[in-house]
Design a protein around this ligand. Sequence first.
Ligand SMILES: *[C@@H]1O[C@H](CO)[C@@H](O)[C@H](O)[C@H]1NC(C)=O
Length: 283
Amino acid sequence: TEPAPYVTQRRFTDMDSSLLAALSSLLLLGLALYLARLALLGKRRRSYPPVAGVMLQQLLNWGRLPEYMTELSRRYGTFRMLTPTCNHVYTVDPANVEYILRTNFANYGKGAMTHDALEDLLGDGIFNVDGAKWRHQRKVASFEFTTRALRDYSSGVFRDMAAELAGIVAAAAAAGERVDMENLFMRSTLDSIFTVGFGVNLGSLSGSNQEGAAFARAFDDASEQSLYRFLDPLWKAKRLLNVSSEAAMRRWVRTIDDFVYAVIDKKIEQMGRDEHEFVRELS
Ligand SMILES: *[C@@H]1O[C@H](CO)[C@@H](O)[C@H](O)[C@H]1NC(C)=O
């Protein structure tokens, strides 16, 4: 269910001459402003990473986006992709990554555009907020993850899931079958995180839990669509009209919500029961 790449096609031949005149004067004005800026700023002009291409190329390479971005990263290290409204900067340089994620983290907020694109899937979760909200969530999360009991528990989960994954790969190797490693890694990670977070095994790796597997698929599809939104200038219109990839997105998010809320309800109920029994044992 891959969304069709969005391609604009314009016929410049039909353009009337007054529009052409307006455009060329705009172009001239732009050029004049650019030259004036160069003259004013002189040599103190900021340097930007090289432009590797435009967003449309990412859309055209949608089916092989990881390979395409890897090629660009190999060639440029740090580079820009131009979009009609802004530039996206990509980097694989560890020094830049450290600067962005650590040294000068406060300067690299998610901003409204990222928040909007990811909100349907991630809500106001830690990966999608800035400032005070981010600090609050980080505090809660770091408290959780420094608990020794949880650390031991999660290590065990990750070990078990790795063993399960190894078993699947070994079986495929013995049978001489091809496997989709990316998909296996995704399901293994999701099973692990979900077990650590909610105490429920999705079973998406083994396929033992049908609802869990449906959730995993919806989560994967919704993640892909969230990424696609960064490249599709029309995604908000599609969501408003509830059509094509955004109609599907609505379904996926509903599948995710239904599953997660059911798990949470069950957990709350179970905790209530445990507490009840604990009190009864004491008295
Ligand atoms: C969106 O469209 C789907 C059909 O594609 C429909 O089932 C759903 O109810 C619609 N949702 C809204 C909020 O209009």
